[in-house]
Design a protein around this ligand. Structure first.
Ligand SMILES: Cc1cc2nc3c(=O)[nH]c(=O)nc-3n(C[C@H](O)[C@H](O)[C@H](O)COP(=O)(O)OP(=O)(O)OC[C@H]3O[C@@H](n4cnc5c(N)ncnc54)[C@H](O)[C@@H]3O)c2cc1C
Length: 405
């Protein structure tokens, strides 16, 4: 009989508790301040780097946990601490995943360390796919990459938007089209090394939530990068383009989609961290707030809401862990299980945080209590890394085999 267990092992529990300590002692107390400042919390990223939470090694170790749950467990704890600071700490991993998914071993060895910097001199990285006219429709990217054979360089031109860490990153990973006629199959990812002329930050967005995380436009004006900055190398790209031109469909994957597929359950786990945090505040409050001579939790109306909150959080976690286990064990997502996990976790976070505000009454509506921030933070989880509608589209296509629009 195959053993089945959802219990975390000793090592996993130790990592979880260690991250929880950092989230509780360092992130949570700083959350309101950085939310108000709307700035990248560099001192906290540095503190995370000093103890090993912000490093390629740490995320690689979690990523290669054979159970698959190393990353979701880590994400949940950090985002339980605070989502804005959490995204500032893990935003780099989106670019790192793009590098791991598409780069050669040599490229990974060169660029991964530069994405994180060192504890003394921390750096962040940015993954830039979205454009003003290409959000959900990744195939509509206009940023162009043209090969200059004489110099063995690529020349990038275009405007990226909504880039987490865009413009403040040391390393930017840019998804660009090499052959616009091929749509998503004509795209490739490029590393833009630190200090490359022509790359600049456009407007920085003022946001509803996750305000400690920097989100900005990235303008690419005749940015020249060496041929070696094309992730995966030119030979592989030429082969892929030739297959696409002949109409041969080896797989439907493209550079941006490969990154999103790998990161969806992890993003779902972030949403669960926010939901769990708001649920805990609401449970505590409901036990101690007295109205009509009894704690408000004595009313079924409140207690049942808490029961539903907890049930949905646990259900979301199970979906995330399943998808993560499947990915780690080379089980194909035949029913778009990665999208399912992100869809359900994102919607759960938004719903649970809204219920938490309601349970806290007037206090829930003020910045004296953290649940209004958690509610604002949760809203991004039905938007980025594929909106809820796009997740439903992916699931509907997977289960029906039809080109649902
Ligand atoms: C804070 C933040 C950080 C981000 N970080 C990054 C990043 O680091 N890198 C990056 O590349 N991008 C990033 N993004 C971009 C994000 O992934 C996009 O905003 C998202 O994919 C949606 O694209 P859009 O905003 O253009 O919305 P649109 O695609 O214009 O969608 C608008 C609405 O239409 C719906 N819709 C669109 N098409 C369909 C359809 N076929 N069927 C049904 N409904 C549909 C959508 O669900 C949505 O409700 C970030 C965004 C934000 C806000």
């Amino acid at each position: 009989m195959n053993p089945f267990s959802l219990a975390l092992g000793e090592d996993q529990l130790a990592v979880r508790d260690w991250l929880h300590g950092f989230a509780a002692d360092v992130m949570r107390p700083a959350a309101a301040e950085w939310d108000e400042r709307e700035e990248t919390p560099w001192p906290i990223i540095q503190e995370a780097a000093k103890i090993g939470i912000y490093s390629m090694d740490f995320y690689a170790q979690q990523f290669f946990d054979p159970s698959g749950v190393g990353i979701p467990v880590a994400m949940e704890e950090l985002f339980w601490g605070d989502a804005g600071i959490g995204l500032s700490i893990v935003g780099t991993t989106l670019a790192a995943v793009a590098l791991l998914a598409n780069g050669t071993d040599e490229q990974i060895g060169t660029w991964a360390p530069q994405m994180f910097g060192t504890p003394e001199d921390v750096k962040v990285a940015a993954f830039c796919s979205s454009e003003p006219d290409a959000g959900s429709d990744v195939s509509a990217l206009r940023t162009k990459a043209v090969y200059d054979q004489a110099k063995d360089e690529w020349v990038l031109n275009g405007t990226k938007t909504w880039a987490t860490n865009g413009g403040i990153a040391a390393v930017h990973v840019i998804v660009a089209t090499v052959d616009p006629e091929l749509g998503a199959r004509g795209q490739a990812s490029f590393v833009v090394p630190p200090g490359t002329p022509g790359l600049s930050q456009g407007q920085k967005f003022k946001k509803h939530g996750i305000r400690a995380s920097h989100t900005a436009e990235v303008v690419l004006d005749a940015v020249r990068v060496p041929g070696s900055c094309l992730l995966g190398g030119k030979e592989k790209l030429d082969e892929r383009l030739a297959r696409a031109r002949e109409g041969v469909r080896k797989s439907g994957r493209n550079a941006a989609m490969a990154t999103f597929e790998a990161s969806r359950p992890a993003v779902g786990a972030q949403a669960i961290g926010i939901a769990r945090a708001a649920y805990e505040v609401a449970l505590d409050y409901a036990r101690t707030r007295v109205q009509f001579g009894r704690p408000i939790i004595d009313n079924q109306g409140v207690a049942f809401t808490l029961a539903d909150m907890r049930t949905r959080i646990d259900a979301a976690r199970l979906l995330v862990w399943r998808a993560s286990w499947m990915a780690a064990n080379q089980q194909p997502f035949t029913a778009a299980e990665g999208s399912m996990s992100k869809l359900y976790a994102g919607e759960t976070a938004k719903w649970v945080t809204a219920q938490a505000m309601q349970i806290l009454g007037g206090n829930g509506f003020t910045r004296e209590y953290p649940v209004e921030r958690m509610h604002r933070d949760s809203a991004i989880y039905t938007i980025f890394e594929g909106t809820s509608e796009i997740q439903r589209l992916v699931i509907a296509r997977a289960i029906s085999g039809l080109p649902i629009r």
